[in-house]
Write a new protein. Structure first.
Length: 255
């Protein structure tokens, strides 16, 4: 059996009557650290408490008897996590083609489904795009960083003015997007309540020509770029056809 434990770093005593009971509200970081560990505090059978003698004193200034890790005290009452996580913030980076998601509590990355996310241009969508794919190397925790697929990136860039500034970058998602560590589904964000990005990075990377084909029968030059471009900005007179990759310093027959 794998041993699991979390050392508490703080907390607030909210109920103590100088009698035989006290209630402590755990700090968020400790609570999330507990939730991150499978097999710890998920049932009454895996919830034990130990403490040092420095935990407290009675009215006669006597230290409370310590409980060692070899004889932990089993919880006599346990309430599992039934609270659904929520998305509290997101960032959109159209230069590196990434979405950063921040949640109210730790989530399980293996339950994450990027196709349940829609990017839109306002609280109520005028223009929107639902993601079809993407990858992440994030681990279980409060944040997930998603690398957008090429097709989604280009679709978003093509749908001007979608995600061209902080004012046009919003997100909505379904309850099937992700679950917390106790299998509670995230609170859905519906159209009309879309969340605006807390941080936005515009696309500043120049597109590049990646490939081309030339059909001498049809007299047609087909160009393939690294990302979506505006067709009205293409200037055919800026291209030159040559017979070698490197003609620098060579005698060139110009037309």
């Amino acid at each position: 059996m794998l041993f699991r434990s979390v050392q508490l770093t703080g907390g607030v005593v909210v109920s103590a009557t100088d009698a035989k009971s006290a209630s402590i509200v755990l700090v968020a970081s400790d609570l999330n650290n507990i939730k991150l560990l499978d097999g710890l505090a998920t049932t009454s059978g895996n919830t034990y408490l130990i403490h040092t003698s420095g935990f407290g004193r009675d009215f006669f200034n006597l230290s409370i008897t310590a409980i060692s890790s070899s004889n932990g005290l089993l919880a006599d009452n346990f309430e599992p996590d039934r609270v659904s996580p929520s998305l509290v913030a997101f960032s959109l980076d159209m230069n590196n083609n990434q979405i950063g998601l921040t949640f109210s509590e730790v989530v399980r990355v293996s339950t994450f489904n990027v196709t349940q996310i829609t990017i839109q241009n306002a609280t109520v969508a005028g223009i929107s795009h639902t993601l079809t794919g993407g990858t992440t190397t994030s681990v279980n925790g409060l944040t997930i960083l998603v690398s957008l697929s090429s097709s989604d990136t280009n679709a978003i860039k093509l749908a001007t003015p979608l995600a061209t500034s902080l004012a046009t970058a919003y997100i909505r998602l379904t309850a099937s997007t992700v679950k917390d560590m106790n299998e509670n589904s995230i609170v859905a964000i519906a159209d009309g309540s879309a969340l605006r990005a807390s941080n936005f990075t515009a696309d500043t990377t120049q597109p590049a020509l990646q490939a081309f084909s030339l059909d001498m029968n049809l007299g047609q030059l087909k160009l393939t770029f690294s990302e979506t471009i505006k067709a009205s900005f293409v200037q055919p007179s800026e291209f030159r056809i040559q017979n070698n990759a490197n003609v620098t310093g060579a005698s060139v027959g110009d037309h």
